[in-house]
Design a protein. Sequence first.
Length: 534
Amino acid sequence: MQDLLTRFLFPMCPHLSLSPPPPATLWLLLPVCLSVGPPPLSEMKEKNPWHSPVAIIITVIGVIVIVALVIVAVLQNRPLAQKYKYGIVLDAGSSHTALYIYEWPAEKDNNTGRVEQKHSCKVIGPGISSYASAPQKAGESLKACMKEAEQWVPVKRHPETPLYLGATAGMRLLNIENSAASDKVFEAVGEALQKSPFSYQGARILSGQEEGAFGWVTVNYLDDRLSQGLETTGALDLGGASTQISFVSDQYDGSESPSNAVNFRLYGNDYELYTHSFLCYGKDQAQRLKLAHQTQSGPNAVEDPCQHPGYNTTKKYSVLYDSPCVSNRKPQGAPATFLHTGTGNVKQCQDVVKNIFNFTDCKYSQCSFNGVYQPSLQGPFGAFSAYYFVTSFLNLTDTSVPLEDVRKKLERYCATSWSQIVQEHPGVKEKYLAEYCFSGTYILTLLTEGYNFTSESYSNINFIKKIKGSDAGWTLGYMLNLTNMIPAEAPDSPPLPHAGYVSIVSICAVVIFILLLFSLRPLWARHCKKQQIV
Ligand SMILES: Nc1ccn([C@@H]2O[C@H](COP(=O)(O)OP(=O)(O)OP(=O)(O)O)[C@@H](O)[C@H]2O)c(=O)n1
């Protein structure tokens, strides 16, 4: 470099009448040289034949340096080719099991990456609690979805992908009824899952409180309400065997009925969540409770206002009462079967459904039902699982429709003959079809009489299946919790986003370049005049 300067800079400054200085002082001379005006043109032409190439070389070097600087800045900070991590959760519900695969950017090691559902798989067959008498089959039933999961998660990620199984109300009930049988089902399921290439983390029964709280986390996480510290959405979950309500209320600080409180610190915000799970009030068990009420005297036939006119099926008492929710109410001396027929009358159905709730006992300041404390409802609510299945089938997901109109619509639906219903819905399972009149009535009764939604607050409910592509349910919240994916404190964010950083570096580089060109102004002048002379 010094050699370069001796060769090029020194001849550029003939007007300084200097003899070549020691190399170390050459840099110091550059500004002096440039600040002193140009030499006489004739002199320059004579003494400095290099002035034009020097200007070009300095300009080229400047451009190269600046371009290199910008390229380094851009490359250093460019978003890397996205790599993902995965987590798998099996939701072993009372009516069925579903597998969910979640995905998030691998480089977000401070847990700021968004977790999204990549794929879901519905296990064929009933829930694992139905395999109490043949536990091996519970494990086998999961194989098809596990194979599917192997296709969806890249092979190199298999060993590090955590795999969880969480069981809900079906297994809660089996555990109450026969804990040895429940253990055997878990053993069989565990054996099957250990054979998968994923990192199996165990299978367990979630408490009703966990199910409610993780459902609330899922809904609020997917809505970005937690990371942004926004007002939260309550969660209403209706399963086959239990139902959960979870919300934040200013009125609730956990002092009244502390067993309903769950505390979270998420992204630097504290949440005091009210949550309650009603075992036996999922839609299938609620149906049993209702039928148990209708058959308490052990009749041969039951005329049911919650079934369509023309509905006519023989049912076994042993099957109806085969659940801890109703087993202690089995009528003595009842026949083996009863004839279940429909009359399709919503108002009467509502009266029958109300019988399964206890609205009178309450030792707290206020209750939902069955003596359970509930603070005043607050904020919007997301209602998912069977809430969605039923309301979407009945075309009742629009909660801006007044409750009275919703009831009238349901009234017309229930009054429709069974043969017409079957004919109009050839693609829907008869088991589901037979239940939508009851389920619709049950949902409205649970929401309005049970949880105390009014005609006004009913419109705060959103019946949802998915939020931004991920299913609403407890599984995502459960995985986020077990993988510590939601930080307690808000993570530090870089002072500038990538685009801002690159822009600033580029602007600085351009400014330096312009300053450099200006500092070379004396040389341009000489060069231009020389061109004219020549
Ligand atoms: N198209 C569908 C699918 C399901 N269902 C009903 O919805 C309920 C299942 O809801 P889900 O959230 O899957 O419940 P589970 O997880 O099986 O039950 P739980 O959480 O109580 O263990 C069942 O009553 C089932 O009959 C329905 O009515 N229509």
